[in-house]
Write a protein that binds this ligand. Structure first.
Ligand SMILES: [Zn+2]
Ligand SMILES: [Zn+2]
Ligand SMILES: [Zn+2]
Length: 118
C-alpha cells in the first residue's frame, strides 16, 4: 500500500488469484481486466466477485459515463475509459489481448445502447 512502485495501480478487490487480476470465476489467459463499479468506485475482476464481496447490488455505468476510467488492464496496470475498452480487443498500452467474450457481459457493467449493436 505504501510501496511507491504500486501507488499508481488501483487496488482490486474480490477473489483475485493472481497479479493480472484473474479471479476464481474467470481465469483464462485473456481474463486480465478488472472493472470499476459505478456503485462503489472499487475495482473487481468480475461481476460475480462484486456480488460476493461488495455486500450491495451492482450498479452499471450510465451511457453518459463512457469517459470514466473504469477498466484496468491487469497486465500493465493502465486504466481505460469505458469507450476505449468497448472499442478494442487488446490493451492499447501493452497489447495484451482481452477476452472477446467479455463483450457478452458488457451489459453487466455498462449501460448499453440498443442502437449501438453492430
Ligand atoms: Zn459496488
Ligand atoms: Zn470473479
Ligand atoms: Zn495493458
Amino acid at each position: 500500500m505504501t510501496d511507491p512502485q504500486y501507488r499508481q495501480r488501483p487496488r482490486v478487490r474480490g477473489a483475485v488469484v493472481d497479479e493480472m487480476t484473474r479471479c476464481v470465476h474467470y481465469r483464462s489467459p485473456v481474463d486480465i481486466v478488472a472493472i470499476r463499479f459505478a456503485c462503489c468506485g472499487e475495482y473487481y475482476p468480475c461481476h460475480l466477485c462484486h456480488e460476493e464481496a461488495a455486500g450491495h447490488p451492482a450498479r452499471v455505468w450510465a451511457l453518459g459515463s463512457r469517459a470514466e476510467k473504469a477498466v484496468l488492464c491487469g497486465a500493465c496496470g493502465v486504466e481505460l475509459t469505458i469507450t476505449d475498452y468497448l472499442g478494442t480487443i487488446a490493451c492499447p498500452q501493452c497489447g495484451a489481448p482481452f477476452n472477446e467474450r467479455c463483450a457478452l457481459h458488457a451489459h453487466l457493467y455498462f449501460e448499453t445502447d440498443p442502437q449501438e449493436r453492430s
